[in-house]
Each structure stands twice: as structure tokens, then as C-alpha cells.
Design a protein around this ligand. Sequence first.
Ligand SMILES: [Zn+2]
Length: 467
Amino acid sequence: MPEQVTLLLVDADWILTMDSERRVIKHGAVAINGDKIVAVGPTAEIVHQYQAPAVRSLKGRLVMPGLIDGHIHSSFQLSRGLADEVGSQKFLFQRMYPYEGYLTPEQSYWSTALCALEELRHGVTCMIDPGNYSPDETVQALSASGIRAVIAKSAMDIAKSSFGSLPATFIETTEEALQHSEAVVKKFHQSENGRIRVSLSFRGVNNASDDLISRMQQMAHHYQIGFQAHACFAKETRDSSVGGTGYTEVERLHRLGVLGPNLLLIHMGWATPGELLLLRDHDVKIVAAPSSSFHNGYGNVAMGKIPELLAMGVSVGLGSDHASSGVVDLVQEMRMVAGGYKEVRMDAAIMSPETVVEMATLHGARCAWWEDEIGSLVPGKKADLAIFDTRRPEWQPLYNPVANLVYSATGSSVDMVLVNGRIVVDQGRVLTLNADDIYDNVERVMPKILEQTGLAGLAKSRWPISG
Ligand SMILES: [Zn+2]
């Protein structure tokens, strides 16, 4: 008698399992029971062994583990178009921090809802948010969307560095920053049946005191969770660290004794060879975010050492960072990290499509400290799947699905998405969120955001508009 499960996905043209052998299965099937994968294999075998009340044919489709966006500011989603053509200092201190500093909880909610909508639509099933100042609204919107997430409460206790000054609304004492962070852990960690987890975030190395960083590491250890920060983002952040403390950012963290496997550092565009060795020796997790550097030229690819970190065995995930750099689409991010390093190193083989798909899945899972449950399609893991429609011009002809995924596709060809065994996107439509309602509310709240931040002059065409 075939074993009863809840859902069978059958006749998929291709399945990228991302298992330990990286098996690619043609004419494959996935058996799902509740929130877990039960079996992955050829359709003929799976339908012989399992039966389900719901059976979906995936002819003309490619199935892979859900993409993991290792770094996305959900609160920045409404900043698209507000930070074009600016260097790193102006980007943060004259655009993004003023924008975020004025964001009301309601505006933050719609920002996160739009972010989750775009992520799911493009095949992302798990996202890591470095944190903001409206964690309640962030969790509310993410919970409704059905996406898996690691969230945080942003914490910074140094208001001024040589890099710039933070808005007044961000400023907390060390004690306040720790108390507020801990409250968010207690309130939301493992909520939504474990689909929402909380990490700690000291946000930027230069805006965090030694005391805050050290005590945050102790708190992360106490709660058995991760902690994260932006580091080596730009030449200016490196110079600010060396000028202010005498050490580069990673050297400073090493001296504080906080480097370890539960630390996630984002960007790592300007790391020195010595810093790379420290990251490897302490199994620190890294997320590269090429699109923000592609947008405003921060040098993360030109100066970055992501191929070296990967070759050294460091876990390097991939992140889309924020909508203000244009793209919240991890498929395009894969193309950018592959193409970017090929171009700046003038080396066609330096980043293979296989490597970047590993970054967006297996490495991403390690960056989320969730590799025991997500990142590959193997029995026992959570049923988080991204399913692409390959009956589209950009996918044809199709012989090597990994190459087509990285070099030809975009997230727009995502057809179906499952998180925890639940279909949250079907035929390219996000089922859990009301897209029109989100667009209407974004349109409603944007004039106020532009007015309160003083950025209204930026949000318009430079070419004359008539009609
Ligand atoms: Zn960021």
C-alpha cells in the first residue's frame, strides 16, 4: 500500500535537489507531508510509494529549494528611487537613515508587506532582516505573508562617527539598546510555529560601542541565537574604524573576542587578507550583497574577496539588501555576483553558476543558522520550494538548468512557491497577501514619507513630464 502524504508534486522536468551529491533529477517528484519533505526522486518511483489527496503536475517546471535572501532591509522597501547616484556616506546619512528615522510604525508595516510580496513573487522562502525600529509591524507583516524569516531589532549606541551622525530617533544608550533587543527576542523568537526567528543586530560596527558588541554576543550565547552587523561595506567604513579605534572592523571584533559561528557579517567588500583569515578561523558567516554596490559603486565587487572566502571554505550567502538599489530579486543577484567577479577579475571561470546557486541556498541556510531544516530538498527538511516556469523564452533551449537559472532567468519566471509545505505563490500570484491593497496603501503613505524626510525633490523624473 502506498504511504499517505498531504501533497505530491509530480512530473517536474527538473529538480535541483542541492543534496550532498547535488543530484539533478529529470521527470522528478516531491512527496510532502505537512510541513516536511518526505521523499524526492523519479516520478515513477514516488507515485508508486506515496499517495496524496492533492497531486500537482509540474510539467514544464523546474523545482529547487526556496531561495534564501541573506540580507534584506524590509523597512527600506519604500525607499526605491530615493538614493540614486550617491556615494556610501550620502547614501546612509542623507538618504536612508533620515528615511528610516522618520518611518512611522504604519509606514513600516506597508514597507515590510511590499517587501514580502516582492520576495515571495521572486522565489524567496526565507529572508534575514538586519533589523529596524518597528519590529512589531515587521513581524505582523511577515507573519501574514507566510514567508520564513530571521528578524532583529536594530541597535546602535554611538550616534556619531567620522562617517556621519545618526538621526535622533535611532539613538539609544547601551542599556536601552540591549533591553529593547532582548524584549524582541522574548516576544518573537520561534513565533508562528517556529517560522519567525530573532537574531540580535548591532547594525554597523562603527556605530556600536565595545560594550554593546560584547554584551550582545553574551546575550546571543544565552539565547542560543545569532547576531549580525554590516561590516567592511565601503572604504569610508574601513577608514572610520581605523581612524577611530586603530583597528579594521574585523580586527576590532576579534580583539573583543566576538568572532564565531553565530556571527553574521554583511558585505565584506573591503576586508584585508588578515581579516579574511580571521573570518575563516572563527567560522564567521558572510553575506555578499552585489546589487547595492552595482547601484552606487561602493567597490564591494571591485575590491571584494568573495571568491577567495568561498575557496577558503567560508559560508557566504547572497542578499538583495534593499529596494533603494532597485532589485529585490535573488535570481538577478546570482547573475550579478557571478558576472561582477568575472568582469572585474577578467576571469571567466572565477564564479561558476553552481557556486552562486549554493550561495543562494545552502550557504544562505547556514547564514540563517537554519541549515538543519532548509537549503536543500532532502527528506526530513522543511518543504520550502521555489518552482520556475521554464516554458518561457529566456529559459529555452534548456540543457543545463543551473546555467539557465543564473545566466538567463529572473525571479519573474517563478511560478509556484511553498513555505512549510503550504503553497503561498501559485501561477505567479502571491496568495497570502493582497497585492492591490498593498499598492494602494504604498501610494497613500508615500507623500507623507517624502514630506517628513524632505526627500520629495528626489522622487521625480529628471526629464520633463507632460500630460
Ligand atoms: Zn544592509
